[in-house]
Design a protein around this ligand. Sequence first.
Ligand code: E4P
Length: 217
Amino acid sequence: MKFFIDTANLAQIQEAYDMGVLDGVTTNPSLMAKEGIKGKENQLKHYVDICNIVKSDVSAEVIATDFEGMLREGEELAALNEHIVIKLPCTADGIKAVKYFSEKGMKTNCTLVFSLGQALLAAKAGATYVSPFVGRLDDVSESGVGLIKEIVDVYNYYGFATQVLAASIRHTRHIIDCLKVGADVATCPLSAIKGLLNHPLTDNGLKKFLEDYQKIG
Ligand code: E4P
């Protein structure tokens, strides 16, 4: 399972990268707004800054909602750096744009996916990644992890190459549950990634080892 960090915060991206377990980054307009990255020029530069840290897949989302606009923005984003993955919403125009870019051999991430039917369209259009939103489904009493499992099973059954990128991960338990049902990628907040480290027996065990070493060191 690949680990992406779900943020536009450069310090957090650097911290996750320095841990040595980071495979990529996902961003979205809300995450860019959270960092206060104003204006198109600054936003494009910010994507390059992220790429320069991780040197692996960085999803950058188009703002346009029409096919032509998506193509224009997608081309512009992809030209920024070889690691940019064009992130497109799962709408009729978005699926058309996924198809267009996949035929050109460019990487795409089909986002805002909340159903198996949407995931089927993303895969048929040739998306590199499909992003079902786990936390947002849980928020409305549906099962986010249940959808991840359905998509993984169907993609495996039919041999689709699209990778299932579990998005909207809110906490460490989500990561474990997505891991168990076979998600290819989880994009997570830094806190959820660091949460995987936590175990009181590790802390207590280390404390005891160090105390005992004091007796002989
Ligand atoms: C990432 O690709 C998604 O845009 C993101 O995970 C959404 O997360 P949220 O539901 O916590 O906003």
